[in-house]
Design a protein around this ligand. Sequence first.
Ligand code: SF4
Length: 341
Amino acid sequence: MREALLYRQEGGGQVVCALCAHRCRIAEGKAGRCGVRVNRAGRLYSLADDRVVSAQIDPIEKKPLFHFLPGSRSLSIATVGCNFHCLNCQNHAISQWPREHPGEALPGQSLSPRQIVSLAQAQGCASISYTYTEPTVYFELALEVARLARQGGIANLFVTNGYMTAQALEEIHPYLDAANVDLKGFDDRRYRQLCGGSLQPVLDSIRRMRELGVWVEVTTLVIPGHNDSPEELREIARFLNGVGAEVPWHLSAFYPTYRLTDRPRTPVENLHQARRIGRDEGLRYVYVGNVPGDAGEDTYCYRCDTRLIDRWGFHIQQNLLQKGTCPTCEAKIDGVFYRDL
Ligand code: SF4
């Protein structure tokens, strides 16, 4: 446990956390919505700071990040806790652990930031991903690891719901190389119903990250009957195009999980239609996810349509890029394709 960053004290022993857009006002002895930040005697503490529940090596394509050091390994870490409560969370066992075990000590092992960076180096990882749950809620740990990782030549990646405040982003961005932001739809009411957060802060974070020079890719899980209307998908595509046509958009297939079991799996044809919408709206790179072997997993040159990176699931079968350039028409493909960090 350590004292939290980014909070202010208020009268009556209350504190207000400024890490994410919930801006929880927390009374003494209580925790914020994420369940891992608590008010003890008028000060805010992070309980998650040294409680790492996951530290495993993933292909970077699993984040998914397709335009950042493709084919590289990423040490992927998490603590329990999340500021969202998504009905379809795939990692609910850890993300919702504090809500489902109130008052219990958090699980996880005590790994120091130096140990985490050393592990990444020893395993030949090009990056550390802060993922599985929401990195914003274990911000102090992520920030310290990220600083050390940067010194050690390791990149830092957030896989995030984008709900952090501008202040949080201001603190972390000097060390943050890339992010995949989950954009769960474009309807604020349904956003709140699905995950307990609102839309606008997520849109703001996507814009802000881009402005701060972080490489950003966006994922939308296409849920039948929830966010899969052509109108809503078009709104998302237009927003992304306004941020930058080069922002890759990953359209992932939903399957029933956790508390969202009354919807069917996403038909592949719906993903293909969504991909067409994204491309029609001018996005250069639109991907289909969770459908291994689909041609929509591959990277194509936005100018001449040469297939540049051939993927099967998270694995790269062929990469024709030459220092980030299309071998056919010499277009510079957007992203970070080799180590020039
Ligand atoms: S990080 Fe946690 S405590 Fe802080 S505002 Fe978000 S949900 Fe509330």
